[in-house]
Design a protein around this ligand. Structure first.
Ligand SMILES: Cc1ncc(COP(=O)(O)O)c(C=O)c1O
Length: 393
């Protein structure tokens, strides 16, 4: 740190210079997080001084957090449930797995080698979580539709199983597991069923209403005990805003840690000091947009997704998988090289380590039809250049 500070104007210009090469949203096609809603940004900035780790001081922020959680519980069909806002999907999944373990302990079915049944496409946040909590993943290969098959889940449940994780919107493919088939399979065993809807939580309820053929994934499905949903993804709230929701009114309380001090409430999240701004922004955006606002945003996202798919097909590309949500995966030989070329021209796409001949494009609020129309010829140019280079070798 400097002995003498520098003027605020200099700090501003230094930060502006450093962030000048951050990629503008109109060149971003790989991100599930999007340009946040301006009202959320405004409210979050206004609450930048607040800390939900100290709710004796920030009582209003705490009340707002409870209201935001209630809105999310209502959205996912469980007004009587419980939950907390957290830093994102990773923390939500961590808390879900810890509660699953405590529930197994309370039921007297926690063995010396607790296992969790997951699909081969489960989000990598679970790898972190399993390492931290000492849980053993039992990995079920996905079927041809890239879904976790319910009958295979049934076969993998043993005395060691403490939880099953289904995904409602995989981040690689946007595939929604058949939670409505997995729930009834898991439910008779008294095993915790967690649904990771970090990506799909703000899409599926509205997409179903718009007539898209997607399975039910929320608390209306028998056996679903907890759900991760991320306001900072398709909820349009600024980072960091995640949420973990539980079926039972007391379940969120199973992750509970006391502080040193009298009159200080127990912590129910992994973070201690945590941003009240995230709660305020989440509440603001959900209340402002309301159901009809999210329905319209979802309608637009699907319109742009369909436009992208049609445009790619018209240009000769094939889909690796039919898109269910707003994630488009096309077959593309030399995908990594093409992605590099696109990045050198300012466009960000993603390519898979596992399915190396695929290109993944994410449609979020900032992606428009005009952006798609601009992108496809650029993709074509990158593809042709790379193909010519590969052929010349
Ligand atoms: C399905 C799924 N789960 C979990 C996560 C992790 O969320 P976060 O990055 O907010 O911790 C993601 C992130 O993309 C995701 O798509």
């Amino acid at each position: 740190m400097r002995t003498e500070g520098i003027p605020a104007s200099d700090v501003r210009s230094r930060i502006a210079a450093e962030t000048a090469d951050d990629v503008p949203w109109n060149r971003v096609l790989n991100s599930i997080c999007t340009e946040p809603h301006p009202l959320g940004v405004e409210m979050s900035a206004a609450a930048a001084h607040t800390n939900l780790g100290d709710v004796r001081i920030f009582r209003g922020s705490k009340r707002i957090e409870r209201k935001a959680v209630q809105l999310l519980l209502d959205l996912l069909g469980n007004p009587e449930g419980s939950g907390n806002l957290v830093s994102g999907g990773t923390e939500a999944n961590l808390i879900a797995m810890l509660v699953a373990r405590e529930s197994a302990r309370a039921r007297g079915r926690l063995t010396d080698r607790p296992e969790v049944v997951v699909s081969s496409t489960v989000h990598f946040s679970f790898t972190k979580v399993f390492g931290l909590l000492g849980l053993t993943p039992v990995v079920v290969p996905v079927d041809e539709a890239l879904r976790l098959p319910a009958d295979e889940v049934a076969r993998r449940i043993t005395e060691h199983t403490i939880a099953v994780v289904a995904t409602a919107g995989s981040s690689e493919f946007g595939v929604v597991d058949a939670v409505d088939e997995i729930g009834p399979v898991v439910s008779p065993h008294e095993i915790h069923l967690h649904v990771d809807a970090a990506t799909g939580g703000f899409i599926i309820p509205f997409a179903r209403e718009l007539g898209r053929d997607l399975p039910q994934f929320d608390f209306s499905v028998e056996g679903v005990d907890s759900i991760t949903i991320d306001p900072h993804k398709y909820g349009l709230v600024s980072v960091p805003a995640g949420a973990i929701l539980f079926r039972g009114a007391q379940d969120a309380g199973k992750f509970a840690f006391d502080s040193f001090f009298i009159d200080t409430p127990t912590h129910h999240t992994f973070l201690g000091t945590r941003p009240g701004g995230a709660a305020v922004a989440t509440y603001a955006v959900l209340e402002h947009l309301g159901h009809s606002g999210f329905l319209e945003i979802t309608r637009t996202n699907y319109d742009v997704t369909d436009h992208l798919v049609n445009g790619l097909r018209a240009a000769g590309y094939e889909m690796f998988i039919e898109p269910e949500l707003n994630i488009v995966v096309a077959t593309l030989p030399n995908a990594a090289k093409i992605s590099e070329r696109l990045e050198s021209w300012g466009w960000i796409v993603s390519t898979s380590k596992r399915f190396v001949e695929t290109l993944r494009l994410v449609v979020a609020r900032h992606v428009t039809r005009a952006m798609v129309d601009e992108f496809i010829p650029v993709l074509d140019r990158a593809r042709k250049e790379v193909e010519a280079e590969v052929a010349a070798r």
